[in-house]
Write a protein that binds this ligand. Structure first.
Ligand code: PLP
Length: 355
């Protein structure tokens, strides 16, 4: 890997709340893939414009996959990565689904570590803030043929981020869409592809105009079983101490946060189950008071409590639209491990030493 010198680096600027996806660091990682050379020309270069052919496949058939993980500032000043091996495994599963080349997980983790280490001053120290890491692979091959690509670019950029939701750790309102769907079994819903998002943003905009912040997606076939919320997996709490989440169905993304909560919760005295969750039964249980909490789980927001659902013209409030004890407990336990404030008995973190 070549590390190019920076000619005109911007001074590190870290406002109290850096927002989400507004600021970028000075450098990014880039490499290319061709059939004859494999992955090559790996370098850390200045963060900046990518030039491509107007007929590059990404622009016409949307061949792109991505990942999202974060670097966290530890109390001792060093930096933690969290379960980045799981992100690499998922990147390779996404690549396989779109006929893209695999990456070598170990060297890829090495690239991320080197890049973060070079840009370590951009890892915020303020609570709730972190450095978002976004690897992207897309087809640069100029062709109008609809088929797998033969030339790819892979890049990784870094963005200092504050809490994902502007309102902070406050319950959001969620609209349950019975009209539009995100993913269908047999489609690409399990892969982290940009195309999965393209079909959702207009729907999200429509519900925003009705006063909701997120969309809850149902299964595409019966429009009956709960799948995901926005770009997060979803969980419910029954009777105060049992966590239920939709079982992976073929159209639900395998979230690293979801997986981590399922592993962590029993050690916090909470039971867990993965089920097929019927939306009508769930809403009836909310009305009966049996569902005491609902929250989204994902890298960006970590835990995002749901205050109310809207479905077919009716509203269902949960826990008086307040953050519940289970969401709070999970958020604290998970972020304490991520930021290195608590021991990591699961071996989930990798430390980048800078001091
Ligand atoms: C990335 C993503 C998630 C969350 O996954 P994490 O690994 O926990 O960040 C959930 N759903 C969708 C559709 C996603 O793209």
């Amino acid at each position: 890997m070549i590390i190019e010198p920076l000619t005109n680096p911007r001074p590190v600027e870290l406002p109290d709340n850096p927002g989400f996806g507004v600021l970028y660091t000075n450098r990014m990682f880039v490499q290319q893939h061709t059939l004859d050379k494999g992955w090559h020309d790996s370098r850390v270069t200045a963060f900046g414009t990518i030039v491509m052919h107007p007929v590059a496949q990404i622009l016409h058939i949307g061949l792109a996959i991505f990942e999202g993980t974060k670097a966290y500032r530890r109390p001792d000043g060093n930096i933690n990565l969290f379960r980045v091996d799981r992100n690499m495994a998922r990147l390779n599963r996404s690549a396989e689904r779109l006929g893209m080349p695999q990456v070598d997980a170990a060297s890829h983790i090495g690239y991320i570590e080197s890049l973060v280490k070079l840009e370590h001053e951009w890892v915020p120290t303020l609570p709730g803030c972190s450095l978002y890491i976004r690897p992207v692979i897309f087809s640069t091959e100029p062709t109008l043929e609809v088929r797998v690509g033969r030339e790819f670019m892979h890049y990784i950029f870094l963005s200092p981020v504050g809490p994902y939701f502007a309102k902070g750790f406050n319950p959001v309102s969620v609209y349950i869409s019975h009209e539009y769907v995100r993913a269908v079994r047999g489609g690409t819903g399990e892969a982290k592809t940009t195309a999965n998002y393209a079909g959702t943003v207009w729907v999200a905009e429509q519900v925003r105009q009705q006063g909701y912040q997120q969309v809850l997606w149902l299964d595409a076939i019966e429009r009956r079983y709960i799948e995901e919320v926005g770009a997060m997996n979803i969980m419910f709490v029954r009777d105060g101490n049992h966590i239920i989440t939709p079982a992976l169905s073929g159209s639900i993304l395998h979230g690293v946060t979801r997986e981590s909560v399922l592993q962590l919760a029993p050690d916090l005295g909470l039971s867990v189950s993965e089920e097929r969750i019927d939306v009508d039964e769930m809403l009836a249980d909310i009305e009966r008071g049996r569902i005491t909490e609902a929250f989204g789980v994902g890298t960006a927001a970590v835990i995002s409590p749901v205050g109310k659902f809207g479905y077919k013209g009716k509203e269902y409030r949960i826990n008086d639209e307040l953050t519940g004890p289970v969401a709070q407990k999970l958020y604290t336990a998970l972020t304490d491990i991520q930021y290195g404030r608590a021991p990591d008995p699961y071996g989930w973190t990798r430390q980048i030493k800078i001091t």
